[in-house]
Design a protein around this ligand. Structure first.
Ligand code: PDD
Length: 296
């Protein structure tokens, strides 16, 4: 396995980052997760735009431009002979003596890990996953803004620990005002009386790229959508619940705490249109030179 580290590819076994790296010492850095379908990095431009945004929100300069990052991703995929992959791009503050001052680090550390996509169990889509509403609250926007896809993931990990303790797969966190925010690695949607609901970005969430596409699809299909502030009771009273992210796509939920849901038609419809979007994106991108370069 090869990993892209700073300026080029190195063997996975030799891909090491210093113990003085501020990503390791302080969680000081940002990342992106992308999914590659048949050699094409799905919505690569949107993911890279978010990486630049996250980096700029913490005053970190991305050492490569858009095309530079795309070709490093491509090199990493080629070196590992991967066509359907999980790609993680990590950018940390870099190597420097201990201390919080970002100026202690001269150069960021840039890493691309690409692995064969490990598909989720089929039952997750057929039966849905169980989730809980965690007692851990989502970081408030004024503390660590969830729009920064930060390496500092302890907030989400604490909620994930709660989920595991309850035998659930995902945990949804409330914001400090008690409104539904998002999952540990996903955005949440629910459906009731012909309206699709999802927390607004103002609730303090990562504006997921999958969430954005699902909202676009819903609008195109004439489905009534409401983005806003919702309480756990709103979710408990829904007829369908599902979560979204880049690797899970649209994944149905079979239960939230003690409330059970059927895998319903709205989630199925959105999932099937989402899959069609992927197929057409891949087809369009493949006709335009290096397949992973996306398209306008
Ligand atoms: N997670 N909210 C959080 C906190 C996330 O970490 C993610 C993504 C999302 C969904 O974003 P998108 O649709 O752009 O993947 C929402 C990725 C998959 C991860 O942590 O690896």
């Amino acid at each position: 396995m090869y990993v892209y580290l700073n300026k080029g590819l190195v063997r996975g076994s030799e891909a090491a980052v210093s113990v003085f790296d501020h990503g390791f010492l302080y969680g000081d850095g940002v990342y992106e997760t992308m999914r590659v379908y048949d050699d094409v990095v799905f919505m690569v431009d949107e993911h890279l735009a978010r990486l630049y945004r996250s980096a700029s929100m913490i005053g970190l300069t991305v050492p490569l431009d858009n095309d530079g990052i795309k070709s490093s991703i491509y090199e990493t995929l080629e070196a590992n002979s991967l066509r359907n992959a999980y790609v993680r791009l990590t950018l940390s503050r870099g190597y420097g003596p201990p201390g919080l001052d970002p100026d202690l680090c001269n150069e960021p550390t840039f890493v691309i890990i690409a692995e064969q996509m490990r598909n989720y169990p089929r039952e997750f889509y057929e039966d849905g996953i169980r989730i809980i509403i965690a007692t851990t609250r989502r970081n408030p926007v004024g503390a660590i803004n969830p729009q920064i896809k930060s390496l500092n993931f302890l907030n989400n990990i604490l909620a994930k620990i709660e989920a595991k303790r309850e035998g659930a797969y995902e945990a949804v966190m409330l914001n400090v005002s008690g409104h539904i925010a998002e999952g540990t690695v996903s955005n949440v949607f629910f459906f009731r009386d012909n309206v699709l609901y999802t927390p607004s970005v103002a609730c303090g969430i990562l504006d997921g790229i999958t969430r954005g596409l699902v909202l676009d699809i819903a609008e195109r299909e004439g489905i009534a959508v409401q983005e806003g502030e919702f309480t756990p009771d709103d979710i408990y009273g829904a007829s369908e619940v599902f979560v979204t992210n880049t690797t899970m796509e649209v994944m149905p939920v079979s239960g939230v705490d003690d409330v059970k849901y059927k895998v319903g038609d709205m989630g199925k419809l959105l999932r099937s249109i989402y899959r069609k979007e992927v197929v057409s994106y891949v087809k369009n991108a493949a006709g335009r030179g290096p397949a992973l370069w996306g398209y306008e």
